[in-house]
Write a protein that binds this ligand. Structure first.
Ligand SMILES: [Zn+2]
Length: 258
């Protein structure tokens, strides 16, 4: 039994009802799925999916690519409460292809750090081409005591220094299909150094399908490929890695529910 700790069922264009995607995940031994909505236009769709499928956990947040728009953070808060979300995210910084300025992104990210802290929710963080600013913001938030409910750097592919700092602050690092890619030796070397207690595994579906399915639409059932690769990198059995990442998921996201 394993958990896909991050995917976007609301963004997927699977050409079939999401029920089938979930059934295939269950058949592949994925007993829980964290479904993430990070565009306010999709919040309602995820709310519906959460009501229909008991195997889903929900996360709501505003992705940095929408930071140039006006946002109603009261609505985000309401959504998190009404859907009993277990995380706020994904949120963060994306300097790769953002219409939003760096300042707009930082402002929205800070507001969501504050909201997560106020609501005692862990933060699910996206960081792309923004490592310096991300590390600075996280350090500052940590010093201010705002990260006490935990955080994860999802789909992690940053530097070894960033991974070490995150671990020192009690953060988690989530491995995506990227660790299975042929050219990702650097990322695998970094994951080899991360303590077992700080690891999660995810698909980020419908994006980033793992090898040997690279290029196809990704789905939660495929988390098994990434999990197997992570087990190999860490030198533990697949069964052991399932157990470790499931326990880690519980420690980060389900504290209030156990
Ligand atoms: Zn994502």
């Amino acid at each position: 039994m394993t958990i896909d700790s991050h995917c976007h069922l609301d963004q997927a264009d699977y050409e079939e009802p999401v029920d089938f995607v979930i059934q295939r995940a269950e058949a592949a031994g994925v007993d829980h799925i964290m479904a993430v909505a990070c565009n306010p236009d999709d919040f309602e769709e995820l709310s519906k999916q959460l009501k229909q499928h008991a195997c889903l956990y929900g996360a709501f947040g505003i992705h940095p690519e929408y930071a140039h728009k006006q946002h109603d953070l009261d609505n985000l808060k309401k959504c998190l409460i009404e859907n009993r979300a277990v995380a706020l995210g994904e949120c963060g910084l994306d300097y790769h292809e953002a219409e939003a300025t760096h300042e707009q992104q930082q402002d929205l990210f800070q507001k969501q750090i504050d909201l997560a802290h106020q609501m005692h929710l862990p933060l699910m963080i996206h960081a792309r081409d923004a490592e310096g600013d991300m590390r600075a913001i996280l350090k500052q938030a940590y010093k201010a005591g705002k990260l006490t409910d935990g955080f994860v750097l999802h789909c992690f592919s940053g530097s070894a220094d960033m991974a070490r700092e995150a671990v020192e602050m009690g953060g988690f690092l989530s491995a995506s299909g990227v660790i299975t890619f042929k050219n990702a030796e650097r990322v695998r070397e970094i994951f080899a150094q991360i303590p077992l207690a700080n690891l999660l595994v995810e698909t980020d579906a419908p994006y980033l399908a793992p090898h040997p399915l690279r290029g196809k639409p990704n789905e939660p059932a495929y988390v098994q490929y990434t999990l197997a690769k992570l087990a190999e990198i860490k030198g533990v059995s697949v069964k052991e890695m399932e157990k470790i990442t499931t326990e880690n998921f519980g420690r980060l996201y389900l504290k209030g529910q156990q």
